[in-house]
Design a protein around this ligand. Structure first.
Ligand code: ATR
Length: 270
């Protein structure tokens, strides 16, 4: 099969992304004539990239840091969910219109569907936190609290979404049964030995610790939560489910098998 459709992910840097591995595997197993690249696009080249996107034309794209917000200026339409989050991670064509969508929210909520938490605590208030809070609201979790090292950033999100706020140094006082890490603490790199939430704060309580990091799968937070008897969810399911949602937008609704995809990605992470 000769590939006729180009896809890719733009970011800066882009070297760490596993999206090309996942989507190229998915295209071949679905028999879709696509090929997916990793494109390193510097912020000052973003406008040029969008011109190229329309001229070539490219069939679809994922967007990662630092372009998730600034790309909105160059598209024709944005979904309601993406507008609320204020960022996009997927581009696709609807007839001749270039549409921006945010499938991170679909990926994040996927493992939480059908559960009934009373109180969620969101650690961090960066770009990822906006999608996470939107997802928690969609799940109708009655009480949501946000905390962040830089208080002002948490306050902006708390005001926008009408949720509670607790100072970073008081986060252990929040009686949450769902704790979501959106900070970079525990991620491969300079922060990999760090945790945003101490093990002793988890002891004597129970619930779910959800770390949206998947590099590595077992962050210090996930290990501590398991040892303290909490349920855990890492970022791998979110990563795969956001990819499945993007893939469907590009292929008239085709899907790829989540379990096989998880095996592929886990093997690459080893
Ligand atoms: P993303 O788009 O992935 O959310 P980001 O916007 O850079 O990335 O946000 C990173 C988050 O990790 C922020 O909430 C950041 O806190 P600040 O707003 O105070 O910078 C948090 N973070 C990063 N390093 C941290 C550290 N050492 N301690 C606590 N929080 C940290």
């Amino acid at each position: 099969m000769f590939p006729t459709k180009s896809y890719g992910i733009i970011g800066y840097p882009i070297g760490h992304s596993l999206s090309p591995n996942l989507h190229n595997w998915a295209f071949s197993q679905a028999g879709w004539p696509g090929v997916y690249f990793g494109w390193k696009i510097a912020p000052e080249k973003l406008e040029d990239f969008f011109r190229a996107f329309r001229v070539l034309p490219i069939s679809g794209c994922n967007i990662t840091i630092p372009h998730k917000v600034n790309s909105i200026a160059y598209i024709d339409e944005i979904s309601d969910a993406a507008k609320k989050i204020g960022s996009i991670n997927t581009l696709y064509w609807r007839e001749d219109k270039l549409v921006g969508e945010n499938t991170d929210i679909i990926g994040f909520t996927y493992p939480l569907k059908g559960s009934s938490f009373k109180h969620a605590l969101v650690l961090g208030a960066g770009g990822a936190a906006r999608a996470i809070v939107t997802g928690l609201k969609e799940l109708k979790i009655p009480s949501i609290t946000i905390t962040n090292r830089t208080y002002e950033k948490a306050r902006q999100l708390a005001d926008f979404f009408d949720i509670e706020i607790i100072p970073w140094n008081k986060r252990m006082d929040c009686e949450a049964d769902l704790i979501v890490n959106t900070t970079s603490l525990g991620m491969k790199g300079p922060d990999e030995d760090l945790t945003p939430y101490n093990k002793e704060w988890l002891q004597g309580r129970s619930g779910l610790v959800y770390d949206i990091i998947y590099t590595p799968i077992d962050t210090p937070l996930i290990k501590d939560a398991e040892e303290a008897g909490w349920k855990t969810e890492n970022g791998l399911t979110m990563f795969i489910q956001q990819a499945i949602a993007s893939f469907a937008l590009w292929t008239n609704g085709l899907k790829f098998p989540a379990e096989e995809a998880a095996k592929l990605i886990s093997a690459l992470l080893k």
